[in-house]
Design a protein around this ligand. Structure first.
Ligand code: ADP
Ligand code: MG
Length: 609
């Protein structure tokens, strides 16, 4: 009898193992991009020929490798990322196994150039089917360039098994999109057959989504932001009308790793119940952060499936977070929005609503008692004011303010008194946008959002001048990073931001911790406001410095006003009118647009002939 068992040669064993990790060009792209990110790169280029079949090259500006590490990196189980037993627990969730480069080298011709900042010279290594053909010193920029040529050149069966260029390129784009979405702070470029397909600058998640999926998506993005001690959820969902018939723009990331999960998809989709057309899929990019120990480890790292310790809890939170966002941005009618127990547990649900409500009443009262003397920036159009005040003869119901309330503007006070008739029913909210009130001369139409912008700006200006701001402390301070230039700009304006309730402090290079926000600014929205502020500062001329007070307050006011209350109660409607007309400049929103207009009875008569 002859023995038939043989040991497979390393070569064959590697090829078999490689098949597990590298199935197609897109898998190599994913591994190489992830390595570049792990190396701390801030700028990554992906260069492809023939959908990666001929060439996949990833150039990064990361930390590079020493000569020895460069050689070692291609050995199976060579990894710099697992040093002790604790690290082992992260392997399966993070995907570090030290197998990617070894697998790629087994089935392709690889040329790597790499240099560390501390070395003058870099290293160049050429490997073909696991065999090192050449290793030499070379001139190279800091970072690593990895060229993978003729993938599966030595495994014809696999090479023939590859799909058309079109399909393989689409697979690569999918991986590229996921990696780019998860890393908006890293700049990416993608070239295919010599043509630049993507140039993604450093930015935030929103700019990254726009950069990847066209500018037209921006108006359809609704932010999601919920934090519990069990999971943090953030990202964007699409408005119902932007849902598509085809899948493709649904992204979940667990601890920054892309995953597919039909169960979680269901949690999001059902939150849109009644809002979506049949057989359409809502857009979403959602990041779930949870203790890695709660993510089921019994999952293959290259597959994108995961399980959680408690799937049902994750489902409930995610569903609640999406519903809450849809309601907050007035997409789902919040009236019909019954608060399930999971939702009421979310701190961001409890806090803003009750807080905002309280603020509205209190600030309205306070505001009216503040002196307006130092509001010198407003053009005092006395005559104009008198004109509209005469017109503003709303059939009032008694003021909702306490009886000892005495506005400084006696003129207006008289107005209230003389016009005190019945008639809360003399006001009407139209399409959630306009408040229509009957006045002596006809009717007045108030643009609700602009009215709130005006009111909020004046409240904030008051805060600025008096230093008596109400700041809401965040339960979970948020940290954000900006580019070095932007960080300098932001830093220069921190004292100003503090005057309206922002509690922000620098936290290492280019990173800031946000601990408090102006009251009524919903948490999660601060990043956008701060981005806008930075954008403004970039273009701010020296002589515009004096207007910074106006600009900053206007930006914050605008953001707060987006989440305007529904004004369902006559009292609320009345309070809006009262507070608006207590403003120094009620006629115009901070951006100069008209807040209200009158339709006179004569005009109405003309209109109807
Ligand atoms: P893993 O990423 O799981 O550690 P890989 O086979 O992908 O395994 O890479 C092996 C090692 O090679 C990494 O741990 C890292 O030390 C090094 N390496 C790979 N790519 C790069 C890169 N672009 N820049 C710096 N080091 C790299
Ligand atoms: Mg790797």
């Amino acid at each position: 009898m002859t023995d038939i068992i043989q040991l497979l040669s390393d070569h064959i064993a590697n090829q078999i193992a490689a098949g597990e990790v590298i199935q197609r060009p897109a898998s190599a792209v994913k591994e190489l991009l992830e390595n570049a990110i792990d190396a701390g790169a801030t700028d990554i280029q992906l260069i492809l020929k023939d959908a990666g079949k001929e060439l996949i090259q990833v150039i990064d500006n990361g930390k590079g490798m020493s000569t020895t590490d460069a050689r070692m990196s291609f050995e199976r189980h060579a990894t710099s990322k697992i040093k002790n037993i604790e690290d082992l627990f992260r392997i399966r969730t993070m995907g570090f196994r030290g197998e990617a480069l070894a697998s790629i080298a087994a089935v392709a011709q690889v040329e790597m150039k790499t240099r560390q900042a501390s070395n003058e010279m870099g290293t160049r290594i050429c490997i073909e089917g696991t065999e090192v053909i050449l290793q030499e010193p070379c001139a190279a920029p800091i970072g690593t360039s990895m060229m993978v040529k003729n993938l599966f050149f030595n495994v014809p069966a696999r090479r023939n098994f590859l799909k058309s260029n079109n399909t393989e390129f689409r697979n690569i784009l999918d991986e590229f999109t996921r990696v780019a979405l998860a890393n908006p702070a890293i700049a990416f470029r993608l070239f295919h057959n010599g043509v630049e397909q993507f140039r993604l600058e450093t930015g935030n998640l929103k700019t990254r989504i726009v950069g990847l999926l066209s500018g037209s998506v921006e108006k359809n993005l609704v932010p999601v932001h919920e934090e519990t001690d069990w999971v943090k959820i953030h990202g964007f969902i699409g408005k119902p009308e932007s849902a598509t018939k085809t899948r493709g723009n649904q992204f979940f990331f667990i601890n920054d790793r892309f995953i597919r999960n039909a169960y979680l998809h269901h949690a999001v989709a059902t939150a849109y119940e009644g809002l979506l057309e049949k057989d359409t899929f809502p857009f979403y990019v959602l990041f779930l952060e949870t203790d890695p120990a709660r993510v089921d480890v019994n999952v293959h790292p290259t597959k994108q499936e995961v399980k959680f310790e408690d799937d049902r809890m994750m489902y409930a939170y995610l569903n609640a977070a999406v519903k809450h966002s849809l309601a907050r941005f007035n997409i789902a009618p919040s009236l019909d929005f019954t608060l399930s127990p999971e939702i009421t547990k979310l701190p961001s649900v409890e806090i803003p609503i009750s807080h905002q409500e309280k603020e509205r009443v209190e600030a309205g009262y306070l505001f009216n008692n503040f002196s307006r003397k130092d509001a010198a920036h407003f053009i005092d159009k006395k005559d104009g004011l008198r004109q509209w005040k005469d017109l503003y003869a709303i059939a009032q119901k008694p003021s909702p303010y306490p009886s000892d309330f005495s506005p400084q503007k006696t003129e207006q006070n008289t107005l209230h008194k003389t016009e005190e008739t019945t008639a809360s029913r003399n006001m009407l909210v139209l399409q959630n946008q306009f408040l229509v009130a009957t006045v002596k001369s006809g009717m007045m139409v108030v643009h609700i959002r602009r009215a709130y912008e005006r009111i909020w700006q004046e409240r904030l200006l008051e805060n600025w001048d008096t230093g008596q701001f109400v700041s809401q402390q965040l339960l979970f301070p948020a940290t954000y990073e900006w580019s070095a230039q932007d960080a300098l700009l932001l830093e220069s304006v921190l004292p100003d931001l503090a005057r309206i309730g922002f509690d922000i402090s620098p936290f290492g290079q280019s990173t800031f911790v946000v601990r408090g926000l102006p009251s009524s600014l919903s948490s999660g929205e601060e990043k956008d406001v701060l981005d806008e502020v930075i954008e403004h500062l970039r273009h701010e001329s020296q002589n515009a410095l004096a207007q910074r007070r106006e600009t900053l307050t206007a930006k914050v006011a605008k953001r707060i006003a987006v989440n305007k209350p529904q004004l369902q109660q006559p009292e609320e409607q009345q309070a809006l009118i009262d507070e608006l007309f207590a403003c120094t400049q009620p006629e115009y929103a901070p951006d100069g647009k008209k807040v209200f207009s009158f339709l006179k009875t004569e005009t109405l008569q003309d209109l109807l002939g």
